[in-house]
Design a protein around this ligand. Structure first.
Ligand code: DI6
Ligand code: FE
Length: 401
C-alpha cells in the first residue's frame, strides 16, 4: 500500500546531519520509505492514502539505545533518604542500592515486571520513541535474567516499538557469589549466555566494567563467549574511573561503549578505528552530580559517532524522556541540538547495529518517523520535557498514543 505524507519539512538526519528538505513529501510503501524529496517533485501514483502533516517538522523516530526499563520496585525512598543526609554506604549496608533492585526484580513475577515496565515504556513512546534497547541485569541468575529478557521481548510484541534485548548478566555480583566474581563470570560464560542465546532472547551482550563491578579481564571472558555465540557486544565503561574498558570494547568491535566520562584520547582513537559508537548518558551524569565531563573534543576530533540515551534505571537515571536527555546533552555536555538529535536517531541506530535500516529518513529505510508541530528542529532539544503535539508513525502506520 502506497501512502503519501505531505505539507511538512523534513530533517532526514542522513549521515548524522539535519539534512533538511523544506516543503517536503514522503512516500511510504507498507513499512518502508519509497520516496522522499521536495513536494514539487512527488511522483504521480495512485496513493491509497494522502496525509496532510500541516506544516510539521518530520524527523526519524527517536531511538533510545541504552535503557534498563525492566526492574522491580524503585529507589525513590533511597533518593529521599540520601537527601535527608543518610550516606550511600549506610544505604548499601542496609541492603539498599543495586542489591535492593535485584531483590525486588527476583521477587516480581513476569507479569508484574511487564506491567511496571510497560508504564515507563509508554512514557518514552509518548515522547516520540519508536525503537528502544532494554537490558537485563537485575536478575543475575539464569531464571531471573531470562524473566527480564522475556519481558523485553513481550514489550516489543505488545507495544508499537521495536525492542532490542541486551543481556547484562555481568552488571553486578549476585549475593550468592559474594567474593567470588570469577566464579560468577564463569557461570555467565558456561551456563547463562549459551542458554539465553539458544532461546533467542539476546540481541547483544553488555557488561559493567568498573572497579566496583567487573575488571577488564573478566569482561573479556564474557566478550569471548559472546563472540563464539555470534552476538555483538557493548560495554558500560569509564563511568566512574578509567580502566580503558572502551579500548577493550573497540578491540572486540563493540557496537558501543557507554557513559565514558573518564575515557582518554587513546580510547577515542581506538573507538573511532573500530566504528564503536560513544553512547553518552547525561541523565546519569546529572543524577549522580558527576563533575567529570566526557571528552567531547577528543570524540569530535577523532570522528567517534556520539549517541545519547536515557539510561532509564532506578538507581542512577530515573529518566522518562529522551527529549529531556537531548536538552541535558546540550546544556551539560555542550553538544549542539543537531548533534544531540543525531545522537537519538542515526547514531543511536548504529549503536544498536540497526544503522542500515533505521535512524534516518532515506529511501529503502524503515518508515519510522515523528511529525512534530514545532518551529524548527532545535525545539526538540530546547523544551525541558513536557509533551509536544505530534504524530508518530511506525512501519508506515500512524501509532500516535
Ligand atoms: N551504571 C549505572 O549507572 C547503572 N548501572 C550501571 O552499570 C546503575 C544501576 C543501578 O544503580 O540500579
Ligand atoms: Fe546503564
Amino acid at each position: 500500500m502506497k501512502t503519501l505524507w505531505q505539507h511538512c519539512h523534513v530533517a532526514t538526519m542522513a549521515s548524522g546531519k539535519y539534512s533538511i528538505i523544506e516543503d517536503a513529501a514522503m512516500v511510504t510503501a507498507d513499512s518502508l520509505i519509497e520516496w522522499i524529496g521536495p513536494r514539487s517533485q512527488v511522483p504521480s501514483a495512485d496513493y491509497a492514502q494522502v496525509h496532510d502533516l500541516q506544516g510539521a517538522w518530520v524527523t526519524p523516530g527517536l531511538i533510545d539505545c541504552h535503557t534498563h526499563t525492566v526492574f522491580g520496585g524503585n529507589r525513590s525512598g533511597e533518593f529521599e533518604q540520601r537527601l535527608q543526609g543518610v550516606s550511600y554506604a549506610e544505604i548499601a549496608a542496609q541492603g539498599g542500592g543495586i542489591a535492593s533492585t535485584v531483590r525486588a526484580t527476583r521477587a516480581a513475577s513476569e507479569d508484574e515486571l511487564f506491567a511496571s515496565a510497560e508504564k515507563r515504556l509508554r512514557s518514552l513512546l509518548r515522547d516520540g520513541v519508536t525503537t528502544v534497547e532494554i537490558k537485563s541485569g537485575y536478575g543475575l541468575d539464569l531464571v531471573n535474567e531470562r524473566k527480564m529478557l522475556r519481558v523485553a521481548r513481550r514489550l516489543g510484541e505488545a507495544l508499537p516499538v521495536s525492542v532490542r534485548a541486551t543481556c547484562l548478566a555481568a552488571h553486578a555480583l549476585p549475593p550468592e557469589y559474594k567474593d567470588r566474581a570469577d566464579d560468577y563470570i564463569e557461570h555467565i560464560c558456561s551456563e547463562m549466555l549459551p542458554a539465553l542465546a539458544a532461546q533467542g532472547l539476546v540481541d547483544a551482550v553488555d557488561a559493567f566494567c568498573e572497579y566496583l563491578a567487573f575488571s577488564p579481564a573478566q569482561v573479556e571472558r564474557v566478550f569471548k563467549v559472546a563472540q563464539q555465540l555470534g552476538l555483538p557486544v557493548k560495554l558500560h565503561a569509564e563511568q566512574l574511573s578509567s580502566l580503558h574498558g572502551s579500548s577493550l570494547a573497540a578491540r572486540y568491535h563493540a557496537l558501543s561503549a557507554d557513559h565514558l566520562e573518564f575515557m582518554t584520547e587513546a580510547d577515542a582513537i581506538a573507538m573511532a578505528a573500530a566504528g564503536t559508537v560513544a553512547v553518552l548518558l547525561p541523565g546519569a551524569f546529572y543524577f549522580l552530580r558527576e563533575t567529570q565531563l566526557p571528552p567531547m573534543e577528543a570524540l569530535r576530533k577523532h570522528g567517534v559517532k556520539i549517541a545519547i540515551a536515557s539510561d532509564l534505571n532506578p538507581g542512577t537515571s530515573p529518566a522518562l524522556s529522551v527529549r529531556l536527555m537531548l536538552n541535558m546533552a546540550c546544556t551539560l555536555f555542550r553538544m549542539t541540538p543537531e548533534e544531540a538529535l543525531a545522537g537519538a536517531t542515526q547514531h543511536a541506530a548504529t549503536a544498536l547495529g540497526m544503522g542500515d535500516t533505521h535512524g534516518s529518513l532515506e529511501v529503502g529505510k524503515v518508515a519510522d518517523f515523528v511529525a512534530w508541530q514545532i518551529d524548527r528542529p532545535a525545539d526538540l532539544a530546547y523544551w525541558l520535557g513536557g509533551e509536544l503535539d505530534k504524530r508518530v508513525v511506525r512501519h508506515g502506520v500512524d501509532v500516535t498514543v
